[in-house]
Ligand binder design. Structure first.
Ligand code: NAD
Ligand code: MG
Length: 336
């Protein structure tokens, strides 16, 4: 496979004619994009609900703030950086303010891919998705580096959609890290699969089942917590920095033999079958419809499942043990 990775020299002179950018939403991604784009010389307006919590924060950061519809007016790129379930409503409020020939930009393909946002034929529909949280996108930019991004074009009304993706990715620092081309379908489906099967869903379930297995067998919950939750970070850091090779280099021979001989019995062909099922539900739209219906119903199942997760014994023992490890950052510090 030879994937083209776009870098700074691939960006068109004059940033493909993009000068005015509206950033709708001022959360994790919105804040980072707006500040980086402004520092890169773009004329940035942030679009927020009047009276909302982020308005003052964006102004204090030195940005011009207007209502979402007013911010979108006359912009060359309108970046919709609000939560997936809020985006269709935000879209209805801004749609008629987006000028023909402008581009609507997303950081995740969900709403375009599943059809809950339908853009008019007169505009470009593009995606720039940094592969990291907003705080990292901002910090790396300030340090002269950049978080790699994915980019995609769903609709090229102007013939300049791709050049605009690169101009925007460049403005947030993405071309320093490299910009990889994908499609809305690939970005959306792999992003959902990753968070469901491996990153959020898979990992937490592995931790909880491991913890429960030890506690049920009579071991102390505190010891089980250290083994199944706390030490996960050591392993993840090694994988992140140097793949399996680095992990193998730093764990004992005994750990390695246990990994190689026992791991495939824990996560096995049956797990793979469940992964295929989950991927199937992502691809045929079952998951998206279920999540939208859950959201419309006021999140009854979501709230119940979340509360069960947060009240699990692994959370109680975890809070007590983490309080004794003063070097662990508080949630607030970690997010900043
Ligand atoms: P967030 O939850 O941090 O922020 C959302 C912001 O949207 C809020 O701060 C608020 O300013 C605004 N908002 C919320 N509801 C609104 C409404 N009804 N009307 C107007 N504004 C509203 O979201 P985020 O994590 O920055 O995600 C934004 C987009 O970026 C999503 O599409 C997400 O999938 C994508 N993305 C996120 C990450 C990440 O690491 N967080 C990474 C890549 C892509
Ligand atoms: Mg879980």
């Amino acid at each position: 496979m030879n994937m083209k990775i776009y870098v700074e020299s691939d960006v068109e002179q004059g940033n493909a004619g993009v000068s005015r950018i509206a950033v709708i939403g001022y959360g994790s991604q919105g804040r980072a994009h707006a500040l980086n784009l402004k520092d890169s010389g773009f004329d940035v307006t942030v679009g927020l609900r009047p009276g909302g919590a982020s308005w003052q924060k964006a102004e204090a950061d030195g940005l011009r703030v207007k209502s979402p519809a007013e911010a979108a007016e006359g912009a060359d790129i309108v970046a919709v950086l609000v939560p997936d379930m809020a985006a269709p409503g935000v879209w209805r409020a801004i749609e008629s303010s987006i000028k023909p020939g402008a581009a609507a930009l997303f950081a995740h393909g969900f709403n375009i891919h599943y059809g809950s946002i339908k853009a008019p034929e007169s505009i470009d529909v593009i995606l720039v998705a940094p592969k990291g949280p907003g705080a990292l996108v901002r910090r790396q930019f300030e340090e002269g580096r950049g978080v790699p991004c994915l980019m995609a074009v769903a609709q090229d009304a102007t013939g300049r959609a791709k050049a605009r993706c690169l101009a925007y990715a460049h403005g947030i620092g993405g071309t320093r890290g490299g910009v990889l081309e994908t499609t809305f379908a690939e970005e959306t489906e792999t992003d959902l699969f990753g968070e469901q099967a491996v990153l959020c869903g898979g990992v937490t379930e592995l931790v909880v089942q491991g913890f429960e297995t030890l506690v049920e067998a009579g071991y102390q919950p505190e010891v089980a917590y250290f083994e199944c939750m706390h030490e996960l970070k050591l392993i993840v850091d090694l994988l992140h920095e140097g793949g399996m090779a680095k992990m193998h280099q730093f764990v004992s021979d005994t750990a390695k033999y246990g990994d190689l001989s026992r791991g495939p019995r824990i996560v096995n062909e049956e797990t793979r079958e469940r992964m295929r099922e989950v991927l199937g539900e992502i691809r045929d739209g079952t998951f998206a419809r279920e999540w939208q219906a859950e959201h419309e119903a006021g999140l009854p199942n979501y709230k119940a499942m979340l509360s069960a997760d947060l009240n699990h014994p692994v959370e109680k023992v975890g809070r007590e043990l983490r309080a004794r490890m003063s070097w662990l950052k508080s949630d607030k510090q970690a997010a900043a």
